[in-house]
Write a protein that binds this ligand. Sequence first.
Ligand SMILES: C[S@@+](CC[C@H](N)C(=O)[O-])C[C@H]1O[C@@H](n2cnc3c(N)ncnc32)[C@H](O)[C@@H]1O
Length: 199
Amino acid sequence: MDSKQKSKNYFNRNSSTFINRNGYWNHDYRITSEILRRRYVMNLVDIGCGNGAFLARYHSVSPQTRLSGLDLSREMVQRSRERVPEADIIEGDAERMPFDCDSFDAVSCHMSIHHHPHPERSLKEMHRILKRNGTVLINEITGPAWMRKLMNWCFTRWNTGDHAIYSRPQMEQMLTRAGFRNVKSTLTTPFTYVCVGRK
Ligand SMILES: C[S@@+](CC[C@H](N)C(=O)[O-])C[C@H]1O[C@@H](n2cnc3c(N)ncnc32)[C@H](O)[C@@H]1O
C-alpha cells in the first residue's frame, strides 16, 4: 500500500480522535494567521485541512476572508465541514487539485506536506491555483539531520501515511523550484517552521 492510501485510511479511522482536535498546533496557527492577516487575503484555501482547526482559527481572526479547504480523507472533510460551516471544504488530492488556475490570494498547508509522496507536485499545484503575487504558506515539522533521518526511516514502518520531513533549506529549495519567489522560512518552535513565498 502506498503512503497516500495509508494516509487516507489512517485519517478516515482517526478523524474524531486526531491529536489536533483540541488545537495541539495552536501556537503555530497564531503565527501563520498573523502572517496571512497582514497580507489582506480575500480568499484562502487550506490544503490538507484535516478537521478544520486552522480554518476555524483563521475565520475567528479574519471573518471577511472567504475560506476553502481540501483534504484527502472523507472523514476529515466531514469533521471540518461541521467545525467551520462558513468554509467550502472538498475531498481531493493536493497533487491534483480540483481548482481553477489563478483562483486564490493565499494557499496554506499546515502539517500535511510530510504526508505527500510527491511534495513537488503539490507545490506546483499550489503555484498554479494562486493568483499573481499570491502567498503560499507551508507550516511543517523539522529537526536536526539525525532526527529527520530517524523519523523518515520510522515513517516507512508506520501505517500513518507519513512520508518525509525536510530541513528548512530543503523546503525553501522545493518552493523556489516550484516557481515561488521571495521564499523565506522561520522557526516557530524548535521543531516546527513556517515557509512563505509569493507567486
Ligand atoms: C497531520 S494532519 C494535519 C491536519 C491539519 N492541517 C491540522 O493542522 O491539524 C495531515 C492531513 O493531511 C491530509 N493529507 C494527506 N495527504 C494528502 C494529500 N495528498 N492531499 C490532501 N490532503 C492530504 C490528511 O488526510 C490529514 O488530514
